[in-house]
Write a protein that binds this ligand. Structure first.
Ligand code: GDP
Ligand code: IMO
Ligand code: MG
Length: 426
């Protein structure tokens, strides 16, 4: 594998962190290219559970290089905290034979006024809220697009940073006042950000040049997608989306590696569907949600919110396979269906007397869509110890084969538990 893009092919939380950890073994470099600390990528190693937010999940394997690319929005205080927490748990970041971290100098910064604005805008929307993670992601990308953002490269020049920051805080305090919210202190933000900037300085690099030099040396690179296809700002269920291009194209713009250097796209899906936050979820079903929550599963890795759950949606994933150009599909959480007697899979939608075989862009139509299901008898057995595909119950194999056929994908990985060894590579 020379270069691999890994994307979520549903609404996020597909198990990308776990699959990244598995695939990191076969790559030299892991790159985050979009999103920020709205992401929560879980990797379980034996009894230890790590949740990565900004740092690529490859950090848990020694000798790898982890890159936070230009497309990511970075809260530097949160990043320092994440580094410290990893180091406290014995994961070396950037020295001592552990994995090495690089931070793009052109990545945009998330500032406290972005978080406050995120919160205020959500509150103002009331029942029309998006259900964001309140990490300031939308406002930070808004500043980037408006060409008024502050970047890592600014933070590396304290005087320039403070000058720009003073202006930005003044401007944003006026907006916050209009919302009736507390204004923020320039001095406090300035001090904490400059302190974080000092800590991050050794990691800051021109990561575009670094990646191109690494590719010239035939290093293999894994691009770690965050969020999921239907949270993409262009291709998702707008406006119930995040503010970046989470899909495969984002790996190019968010890292500076051109399209013709990309070899493989791996899409990750759960064997069912989850979504956290508001917005349409055609196959939502409380029965499966109650069952999974009862097992202590499907609570958000970043916010702890219970995730909404539903049946596998082959219409949506077929669309995701098209948008991302998915070459290989990784199906996670198959074991989540181990105790379900009748399993459903959505093969089309019906709305207003019409049948849809692709996900409609008009949210009013999508909200009316009723899924057309096919049903499977459950396998009613424990899959979590399976070592290869043939170890799986026949009915589980049938379910997976149908899932691949209906989504037009080639299945390459089946995951039957959160740990590394609970992975079947086909
Ligand atoms: P990500 O954001 O896509 O990395 O996914 P999250 O980490 O937010 O959520 C996925 C959850 O499923 C985490 O708790 C993982 O530990 C867990 N997980 C991943 N694959 C499997 C699996 O095959 N079986 C089980 N039981 N849990 C899994
Ligand atoms: P990972 O990488 C699941 C959702 C939020 C909300 C919407 C917008 O762990 O899969 P934002 O804070 O980005 O402005 O919120 O997007 N969301 C995610 N849902 N997994 C994520 O990341 C998500 N990141 C954002 O819940 O609905
Ligand atoms: Mg997650």
């Amino acid at each position: 594998m020379a270069t691999t893009i890994l994307v979520g092919a549903q609404w996020g939380d597909e198990g990308k962190g776990k699959i990244i950890d598995v695939l990191t073994d076969r790559h030299d470099i892991v790159v985050r290219y979009a999103g920020g600390n709205n992401a929560g990528h879980t990797v379980e190693l034996g009894p230890e559970k790590f949740v990565l937010h900004l740092i690529p999940s490859g950090i848990l394997r020694r000798g790898k290089v982890c890159v936070i690319g230009n497309g990511v929005v970075v809260d530097p205080v949160a990043l320092v905290k994440e580094i410290d927490e990893l180091e406290d748990r014995g994961v070396a970041v950037g020295h001592g034979g552990g994995a090495k971290l690089l931070l793009s100098e052109t990545a945009h910064l998330v500032l406290p006024y972005h978080r406050s604005l995120d919160e205020q805008r959500e509150a103002a929307k009331g029942s029309g809220r998006i259900g964001t993670t309140k990490r300031g992601i939308g406002p930070a990308y808004s500043d980037k697009a408006a060409r008024t953002g502050l970047r890592v490269i600014d933070l590396m020049k304290p005087e320039r940073f403070s000058e720009k920051l003073r202006q930005k805080v003044e401007e944003n305090n006026e907006i916050l006042k209009a919302f009736g919210a507390q204004p923020l202190s320039f001095e406090e933000i300035n001090a904490s950000y400059l302190e974080a900037g000092k800590r991050l300085r050794p990691f800051v690099a021109n990561t575009v040049v670094y990646l191109h030099e690494a590719l010239k040396k035939r290093k293999s690179v894994l691009f770690e997608g965050a969020q999921g296809t239907f949270l993409d700002i262009d291709h998702g269920t707008y406006p119930y989306v995040t503010s970046s291009n989470t899909t495969a194209g984002g790996a190019c713009t968010g890292s500076g590696v051109p399209p013709h250097r990309m070899d493989t796209v791996v899409g990750v899906v759960k064997a069912y569907t989850t979504r956290v936050g508001e917005g349409p979820l055609p196959t939502e079903d409380n029965m499966i949600g109650d069952l999974l929550h009862g097992l202590g599963r499907e609570f958000g890795a970043t916010t702890g919110r219970p995730r909404r759950c539903g049946w596998f949606d082959a219409v949506a994933v077929r669309y995701a396979a098209m948008i991302n150009g998915i070459d290989q599909l990784a199906v996670t959480n198959l074991d989540g269906l181990d105790t379900v007697a009748k399993i459903k899979m959505c093969v089309a939608y019906k709305a207003g007397g019409r049948t849809y075989e692709t996900i409609p862009n008009d949210l009013d139509v999508l909200k009316q869509c009723q899924p057309v299901y096919i049903e499977f008898d459950g396998w009613l057995g424990d899959t979590s110890g399976a070592k290869d595909f043939d170890d799986l119950p026949k009915k589980a194999r049938g379910y997976l084969k149908k899932l691949a056929a209906l989504t037009g994908t080639k299945m390459s990985i089946v995951s039957i538990g959160p740990r590394r060894e609970q992975t079947i590579v086909l």
